[in-house]
Every structure is written in structure tokens, then in C-alpha cells.
Ligand binder design. Structure first.
Ligand code: FES
Length: 107
């Protein structure tokens, strides 16, 4: 059974295959958004980029970046994902919610 670890919260959860990381976080009261974005966001459609997470390990156990992630995260580290667009398929993954992100190198 796949396992999602939330690094700074020091919590891990066994989930079903293809569990959405946003839903896993919300179901377990792990905050994903900064500040007002907990109310002002795109509700998981991949348009606002306020649900960015960083994958510390287990990237190969997640679904590949979607086209919308490729557009929204273009120029940023490949370790960043949108929680609402990412599912865990197998194994385990360790993630950081609300990571500190350097400005985009593309400007
Ligand atoms: S909630 Fe808007 S991109 Fe994920």
C-alpha cells in the first residue's frame, strides 16, 4: 500500500493507489496553502499554483507531471509538483508542503 510522508509534520499515511496528494493532506489536516490561499485557490484544477509541494524522495512513485504542471512550473526545480495534480501510485514518497521557492530562473 502506498505511503505518503509529510516531512515537517513528521506524519505518514498509508493510502490507496492513485491517491491524490492534495486530498491526502486535506483529509489529515496537513496545511497545503499559505495564508489566504486556503480560501482563495482554484479548488484543484491546476490553475493557481498555490498548492506547490516539494518531493524529497519517491518521485518515481508518483504520476508524471501533467501538462498543466509543466506549464505552471516551467523553469522551476523538477522536485516541485502541484499537490492537486499529483497522485501516488506505489511505494512511498516524502513531501514538503508550502516549500520556500526561489524566484523562477526564467524571470
Ligand atoms: S489548487 Fe490551484 S493549482 Fe492546485
Amino acid at each position: 500500500m502506498p505511503t505518503v510522508r509529510f516531512h515537517f509534520e513528521n506524519k505518514e499515511f498509508e493510502v490507496g493507489a492513485h491517491a491524490n496528494l492534495m486530498r491526502v493532506a486535506k483529509a489529515n489536516q496537513i496545511p497545503v496553502y499559505e495564508g489566504v490561499h486556503q480560501w482563495l485557490n482554484c479548488l484543484g484544477s491546476g490553475l493557481c499554483s498555490t498548492c506547490v509541494i516539494e518531493v524529497l524522495d519517491g518521485m518515481d512513485n508518483l504520476t508524471p507531471r501533467t501538462r498543466i504542471e509543466e506549464m505552471q512550473l516551467d523553469g522551476y526545480s523538477r522536485t516541485l509538483r502541484l499537490a492537486c495534480q499529483t497522485e501516488i501510485v506505489k511505494g512511498s514518497a516524502t513531501i514538503i508542503t508550502r516549500p520556500k521557492i526561489e524566484s523562477c530562473p526564467k524571470g
